[in-house]
Design a binder for this molecule. Structure first.
Ligand SMILES: Cc1cc2nc3c(=O)[nH]c(=O)nc-3n(C[C@H](O)[C@H](O)[C@H](O)COP(=O)(O)OP(=O)(O)OC[C@H]3O[C@@H](n4cnc5c(N)ncnc54)[C@H](O)[C@@H]3O)c2cc1C
Length: 413
């Protein structure tokens, strides 16, 4: 590093916190601007894949994430119509030590926020950023006629709703309702597996164990239910008991968990969209996470992509001056990103669509292949985020990587 840079990170989500911390570790002066009034996560739970776990290791929060999260060893799904296996994926096909980490967003956020605060990163809440002026020597425009800058670098990590990013994405017809429930005693042995049930591809219910929240020892699960954007208002205006009865009729074990859902407000509707920026930087402005690329969460990669962006951007910034570093960042991220965006586009309609043919292809061709030896290995590579090495072979067995692996092998077995 030739000098200390003044860096603004817009967005205090997964990508923003990770980028800010890793750039701060290089000695830069980093400020995070977020619209929220007090720091808070949004959403229920997610899976951090092995590639994302590595970045959590770099941030120093992997141990905490492992202590709150749940090791997910497999993803399984069944069609309630054909009674066929419709989703079969294992994490440990290629490496017995690998797993997805099911974690509550609140737990992950708290760990990452504390890590940023420990690095004395300034966090400016109540700052809704709606533009960047003069990208060569950037200022950020903040609601209320305010401005901050100039900065040496502005990182847009303000997610799918970014008002800075030029990305125009396509809205997907299906989204999903997400909620969090306590896992009852008898269900706790089911942790270790994400389970889904389908009716063709137009109905889908799922349960993902996500472990505990700080200060609350009761294990939780995220429950989710496919819903079209166009059907949300009808769902909202109908009696919640009708939906619970429909879900229970489709999958009684799922319906049993929904006993804890008392009103529509206990479920959050997440809409999905798809698209990515071809050029993720403009002079001294760079886009990471959902501000740069969006996809449905079928492959469970979005947070991992944001973490990888953060890690590879920081890597490039450590090696080159800013403008060159942004070009290198783009080049190093391109292949992995493009592959996963394409895969997401191909796979999503098999699980969320009105076309029965898609469900038949899923149940009769794709899943049987996924259960074969070759297929299982390929699917294992895909879900772990390692279809190609996102680090391009640059992260060899360093002391840090070894440390990360030791933590991964350590607890919970
Ligand atoms: C229902 C659902 C399930 C998912 N499951 C998975 C999964 O299992 N695995 C996985 O890897 N990914 C999953 N994802 C994707 C993942 O959540 C996202 O890809 C990830 O959170 C993106 O991180 P980010 O930092 O880019 O954005 P976010 O985490 O969305 O953070 C954006 C931040 O920017 C702030 N902000 C927004 N606008 C402004 C503004 N104008 N000014 C200032 N601040 C602003 C917000 O307040 C927020 O703090 C899922 C997504 C959804 C919706």
């Amino acid at each position: 590093m030739d000098r200390v840079l003044e860096i603004a990170v817009v967005g205090c989500g997964i990508g923003g916190l990770a980028t800010a911390s890793l750039l701060r570790d290089q000695g830069h002066d980093v400020t995070i601007f977020d619209q929220f009034t007090t720091p808070e996560p949004s959403g229920a739970g997610l899976i951090i894949q092995p590639v994302g776990q590595k970045v959590l290791g770099e941030l120093g929060v992997l141990g905490g994430a492992l202590s709150h999260g749940v090791k997910i060893k497999s993803l399984s799904g069944r069609s309630q119509v054909s009674d066929r296996v419709a989703l079969a994926a294992r994490y440990d096909v290629r490496d017995p030590d690998q797993f997805g980490l099911g974690i509550h967003r609140g737990a992950l956020f708290e760990l990452m926020l504390k890590a940023a605060q420990a690095r004395q990163i300034k966090i400016q809440s109540g700052h809704m950023v709606f533009g960047v002026d003069n990208p060569d020597c950037p200022y950020i425009r903040i609601e209320g006629n305010r401005q901050a800058g100039p900065f040496d670098l502005v990182v847009d990590a303000s997610g799918g709703g970014s008002q800075i990013s030029p990305l125009i994405s396509v809205d997907l017809a299906f989204g999903a309702l997400w909620g969090v429930v306590d896992l009852p005693e008898g269900e706790r042995d089911l942790s270790g597996c994400l389970r889904q049930r389908y009716v063709h591809a137009n109905k889908m219910a799922g349960v993902l164990p996500i472990g505990t929240l700080p200060g609350d020892p009761t294990p939780k699960a995220a429950v989710f239910w496919s819903l079209k954007r166009s059907d949300y208002d009808d769902w909202r205006s109908a009696d919640i008991a009708d939906w619970k009865a429909e879900a229970a009729a489709m999958w009684p074990d799922f319906g049993y968990l929904l006993d804890q859902i008392e009103s529509h407000d206990d479920m959050t509707f997440a809409t999905y969209s798809h698209g990515s920026l071809n050029k993720v930087h403009d002079q001294r402005v760079v886009y990471v996470g959902d501000a740069a690329h969006r996809a449905s969460p079928q492959l469970g990669q979005g947070a991992n992509m944001a973490l990888l962006d953060a890690s590879i951007l920081a890597e490039a910034m450590a090696e080159y001056p800013t403008r060159k570093a942004l070009k290198v960042f783009r080049r190093r991220r391109m292949l992995h990103l493009k592959l996963y965006q394409t895969l997401s586009l191909l796979m999503t309609p098999l699980y969320q669509s009105d076309r029965r043919l898609n469900a038949a292809i899923r149940d009769r061709i794709v899943t049987p292949f996924a259960q074969s030896r070759l297929g299982a290995s390929l699917v294992g590579r895909i879900i772990t985020g390692q279809l190609v090495d996102p680090f391009g072979g640059r992260r060899k067995e360093s002391n840090q990587a070894r440390q990360v692996r030791d933590i991964l092998r350590g607890p919970g077995e």
